[in-house]
Design a protein around this ligand. Structure first.
Ligand code: ADP
Length: 576
């Protein structure tokens, strides 16, 4: 900045100063070139006039007195006077006494003498052999026998020139001294508003619109400042509009559940929103990459190329999710905007629903097929014996019961899943609920010689829970333990407090569950051994119901197991 600021001022100053200096120099040069010749020419005219005057006087002077008179006049007028005879002999000389006249060289061939003899007047400029200085000679023919010559030492002319030069130099210096500060001040005045405008424009470029250009200046500068101020105001309001529009847009994009991607006309990623960033773990490094580089999905790149278009795409590598992807062209064909709608959950639900229907149908079909078979046999033409018929009816009853249990379980799970089942909260003692279930199942356990050990301390804190549902949880877990453990096993029901939760455990020393099944046994209809479960009257829904009930109470459920050593089923319930 500091290097630019003086620049304009100095440019103005140096330009005008250079013009003035050049002007003064030109004046000096012209005078230098013309003054000497002008002064010499003027001196020549003067000398000729003097020579003619001397001629007049010479005519009236007797020859004997001539040298004395010439000597006197010469000293009066400050000129060298020489009277030369027609043959070139010097007959009088102002700078020499009479006795030395004979020693003076013949002047006949002096250029000025020759010219005077021929034309009446002649002049020459040279160093004198007689007096040894530079002289300007002018000779006039007074008569055919006499030439009068006047000489002026040239140092007189040189002194005059020197004097004039000195005066001009002084005048130039005075002009310079007055003009230069004046120019400097003028340059400053001219450059100041421009400099102010430049500073204002720089601030505007940096986004600061508080500066104002000086409109007070008259003429074009003031008008320019006005236009600049107007431009700055408009720019500011446009920028504000743009900024708020951008914030609006950014807000909309950020708030959208759908992923949004903008690709420019060259296929490079220009923008993506937060939803897409999270869904695909994108980083800012993806900006300016191609879609193929960032997503590694040929189908997506193809879809964008075919915009406007839409398709369902599965992104196995990046997210293992399914999206409906819509690609539309941006106005002006400057790129493509792509909207990703995550339908993974919908797809999963659809699959779950399909599986569920298939499972339910399958579970219902088996007992129904049995019932149908036995009913047909009973209705046969040849009726079975009363004993066989009773046996058949017993089987039909067993399968009808199985159907009943299955439908009860299905209704429970459907109510729990659709969250229609409102829990009837009361204060519940885990000890009391578990004891009731143990009593209920004691005879069944005894049949298999299984020990049921209820080890829940009676003084555990109570919980807020739906007692019926909690009863069902204990029933399902203890019933499973009785079902899947061999005769003579031991089932232990215990509970502790864990932070703000009650942690309940139903443990057995049965066959245990392999790790690969452990994570899945809480899914609907998932059984380790389907045939065994059915044979034991299981529906495959018991643990799914347990999971739903516990989760509805705000607790967690999980299982730990080691093959051949037994299983431990845990659940937690929040204490108030
Ligand atoms: P089911 O009606 O088949 O018992 P559940 O949902 O109650 O259905 O149990 C799912 C599966 O978990 C069972 O089929 C069984 O293979 C396994 N399982 C449950 N409890 C135990 C246990 N205590 N010991 C071993 N396996 C068990």
């Amino acid at each position: 900045m500091s290097t630019i600021r003086p620049s304009l001022r100095w440019k103005w100053f140096s330009a005008v100063a250079a013009v003035i200096v050049a002007l003064l120099f030109a004046i000096n040069l012209c005078l230098d070139l013309s003054l000497p010749s002008f002064l010499v020419a003027k001196a020549r005219v003067e000398l000729e006039r003097n020579a003619r005057l001397v001629s007049e006087l010479v005519q009236r002077t007797p020859a004997t007195e001539l040298n004395a008179v010439v000597h006197e006049w010469g000293s009066h007028v400050g000129l060298r006077l020489t009277i030369i005879a027609g043959d070139g002999t010097v007959i009088a000389e102002s700078d020499k006494p009479i006795e030395q006249l004979a020693t003076i060289e013949n002047h006949l061939y002096r250029p000025e003498v020759q010219s005077a003899l021929q034309n009446g007047v002649g002049s020459n400029q040279r160093r004198s052999d007689t007096v040894g200085v530079d002289l300007l000679y002018v000779a006039v023919r007074e008569s055919p026998e006499r030439i009068v010559r006047v000489a002026l030492p040239l140092h007189d002319v040189a002194a005059t020139i020197q004097h004039i030069r000195g005066s001009i130099a002084s005048a130039s210096a005075i002009v310079g001294l007055i003009a230069l500060p004046l120019i400097f001040w003028l340059a400053q005045c001219t450059s100041m508003p421009i400099d102010e405008m430049r500073r204002m424009a720089t601030r505007v470029a940096a986004g600061d619109f508080t500066g104002r250009a000086p409109e007070r200046e008259p003429g074009e500068v003031g008008e320019l400042a006005g236009a600049l101020n107007q431009m700055s105001k408009q720019l500011e309001s446009r920028l504000q509009e743009l900024t708020s529009e951008k914030a609006h847009l950014a807000g909309i994009l950020a708030g959208m559940a759908e992923g949004v991607l903008v690709v420019d006309a060259t296929g490079k990623i220009r923008l993506f929103n937060t939803a897409l960033r999270h869904a695909f773990q994108l980083t800012d490094a993806a900006i300016s990459k191609t879609v193929l580089e960032a997503f590694r999905h040929a189908g997506l790149a193809e879809l964008i190329g075919a915009a406007p278009a839409g398709r369902e795409l599965t992104f196995l590598q990046a997210t293992d999710r399914v999206f409906t992807v819509e690609a539309g062209k941006l106005i002006g064909d400057v790129g493509v905007v792509v909207v990703f709608h995550d339908i993974t959950r919908l797809k999963q639900l659809e699959n779950v629903r399909k599986d569920f229907v298939a499972n339910v149908s399958h579970e219902l079909r088996t007992p129904l097929a049995v019932i149908k078979g036995y009913v047909e046999t009973l209705l046969d033409e040849e009726p079975p014996t009363a004993e066989t018929a009773k046996q058949f009816l017993g089987t039909i009853q067993r399968h009808t019961l199985r159907l009943e249990v299955l439908i009860d379980d299905l209704l429970s799970i459907s109510a729990l899943e659709s969250q229609q089942a409102l829990l009837d909260y009361t204060t519940v003692s885990i000890h009391v609920t578990a004891a009731a279930v143990v009593e209920e199942l004691r005879s069944r356990a005894r049949e298999k010689n299984i020990t049921l050990a209820l080890e829940i301390p009676a003084d555990l804190p109570v919980v807020d829970a739906d007692v019926q549902r909690l009863h069902q949880v204990f029933l399902n877990l203890i019933d499973n333990a009785i079902k899947y453990t061999p005769a003579g096993s031991r089932i232990q029901i215990s509970a502790t407090t864990d932070n703000n939760f009650l942690k309940v455990c139903v443990a057995d020393n049965g066959p245990g569950i392999a790790v690969e099944h452990l994570a899945r046994i809480f899914e609907r209809f998932y059984r380790v051994d389907k045939a065994r479960s059915r044979e034991l009257g299981g529906t495959g829904l018991g643990l799914a119901i347990v999971k739903h009930i516990i989760q509805a109470h705000g607790g967690k459920v999980w299982a730990e197991s080691e093959l051949e050593k037994g299983s431990r089923f845990y659940f937690t319930l929040p204490i108030d």
